[in-house]
Design a protein around this ligand. Sequence first.
Ligand code: PEP
Ligand code: MN
Length: 336
Amino acid sequence: MIIILKPGAAQNEIQTVYEAVRRYNVIVQDIKGENTSMIGLAGDTSAIPREAIERFGCVERVMKVQEAYKLAGRRFHPGDTVVECRGAKLGGGRFAVMAGPCSVETEEQILSVAQEIKRAGASFLRGGAFKPRSSPYAFQGLGLDGLELLVIARQKTGLPIVTELMSAEHLDAFARDVDVIQIGARNMQNFSLLKEVGGLKKPVLLKRGLSSTIEELLMAAEYLMAGGCTDVMLCERGIRTFETATRNTLDLSAVPVLKEKTHLPVVVDPSHATGRWALVPSMALAAVASGADGLIIEVHNSPETALCDGAQSITPHVFRDLMAKIGKVLDALKEE
Ligand code: PEP
Ligand code: MN
């Protein structure tokens, strides 16, 4: 619902409108246009009596909004969201790269990769401690021990850490130790988990479900935002199609579509999208050219012996070369 205010309405009158709508337990947002001031209401607005609100002297009109993602959509929030985390910035023209192994394996491994990717210019360290594996017999991650190793890597490098939360059971540990909570593709529509994570009010990297539409991704972001989270980064990581040459099909047109529909930053994961390390650099560069705000890339110091996703992991050496090329694409885009 949008309440359009009369031009020049007095602040004390507007305040009475705020007080009236707050009683309905909805999210209230100021919207300042060039010539108009509005109040945006999100959440369950069905109990708000439209005619009664229109009787306030400072109210010009009340409009129902059909859009399902009021908080994630651009209508109420035209400017880009910039996510800030321990000095790193992503969104609104600030490009950033998240990199690291699929899973945290040992202290030596995570420290070596963290130092390498930092030197190459990455701004966030990724690494899974809880892994959503297709087979129950595959390596499931180090769990809380893995989180501890990520914290050590952060202490040594200063890089904020991004890692996946799979269960509300670990909410407290993540609230304490993790900078960016990753919601994996398989949990994108785990609505009870999204509600719990939204309440932590921490930055979230929300990955697109394997067979989810862009609309469904935005609705999942809306769950996080309705819970109180403002810093949601959306991640295109490839979707299921009939094609089997790559692990998934990277839907790069999702980037400009999302940029049109939402103010939230868009991150692309060329590693899970392709499943093949040799395809990662070209798809990463294409993602930058498509207007992505960031990338998340799997980097391993020894891909052949990796416990998870070695085939799609690039070495620190390949990562360094890629970072240099990313810089060139970004420069070319600035020259436009
Ligand atoms: C990951 O990032 O390691 C991961 C499991 O990703 P996704 O949820 O996109 O498959
Ligand atoms: Mn992986």
